[in-house]
Design a protein around this ligand. Structure first.
Ligand SMILES: O=C(O)CCC(=O)C(=O)O
Length: 270
């Protein structure tokens, strides 16, 4: 029996994404947010976590709470129970087995805070950043809070997953923008769809899908937990892989037990 409904399969093939509504329970979302806030505070207090990569929040750099000064924490999947359990949830692995195949690695895990006033991420394709062979990865974006019109939801261009990687990009010019962000120039976004999601909904999307998120103009935090998966044996064509940790999760269609021992970051050549 398929793990996808006909509608989800059609969404994957035709649009490059689909949503699994109500995929995560509230308790799981609360546990994720509590754990990430705790990690942010411990790191701020000087705890050494060479297995994690922390990305600062540049626009709101003077926030009082440590988590308010962060935009992302990467590589949380291996060593943190709540994030590892989600990444290897049998329901998720069944979906990934269908859209990727029987042998799957999780290579990226990141919790994204979007605090009130934080900027969104301009139009991009994740594959522009990845540069992998084979060039087709799968992202899963879990709404840890509701994603509303005001708090910086994702927007996607259905069908753009069939496009090549757009090389005509510019660095995000906005003051305070994340240093790594680029924006695709000149591509048609007239079919864009806003992804309003309830907390617990899961978006599954192709790494070629053009997407963006808008700024958080609300007075509440929007939060998301994002994982990326690849077919096992995928190779990366550049050295900027320090936010990645390659973890086998599926082999021959069966779940693989994940070693939770922390793996320090291997800094590539900048
Ligand atoms: O969550 C966001 O605001 C943007 C996330 C995104 O576009 C990505 O991770 O590729």
């Amino acid at each position: 029996m398929s793990a996808l409904t006909e509608e989800q399969r059609r969404g994957w093939d035709d649009d490059g994404y689909f949503v699994l509504p109500g995929f995560a329970r509230r308790e799981v979302l609360t546990a994720m947010i509590d754990r990430i806030v705790d990690l942010a505070r411990r790191i701020d207090a000087g705890e050494d976590r060479p297995d994690l990569l922390v990305s600062p929040e540049t626009v709101l750099a003077d926030a009082a709470a440590p988590e308010g000064r962060l935009s992302k924490i990467f590589r949380v999947m291996r060593g943190e129970d709540v994030f590892r359990d989600f990444a290897t949830d049998p329901r998720l692995l069944a979906v990934l087995g269908e859209v990727i195949g029987p042998d799957v690695d999780c290579f990226l895990s990141q919790f994204i805070f979007k605090h009130p006033g934080a900027l969104g991420q301009p139009w991009h394709q994740d594959e522009w950043y990845f540069r992998m062979d084979p060039p087709s990865q799968v992202g899963v974006w879990l709404a840890c809070t509701d994603a509303t019109a005001d708090n910086g939801p994702l927007w996607v261009v259905p069908g753009s997953h069939r496009e090549q990687v757009h090389e005509d990009v510019v660095k995000d010019p906005r003051p305070g923008a994340n240093l790594g962000y680029v924006e695709i120039r000149g591509a048609d976004t007239s079919g864009e769809q806003q992804m309003l999601m309830d907390a617990g909904d899961l978006l599954v999307f192709d790494s070629h899908l053009r997407h963006r998120s808008t700024d958080n103009v609300s007075d509440g935090m929007r939060a998301a937990m994002v994982y990326h998966y690849s077919p096992a044996g995928t190779t990366v064509a550049h050295d900027l892989t320090f936010n990645q940790d390659w973890v086998p999760v599926l082999r021959g269609g069966s779940a693989v037990a994940v070693d939770p021992a922390p793996v320090p970051i291997e800094w590539g050549t900048p």
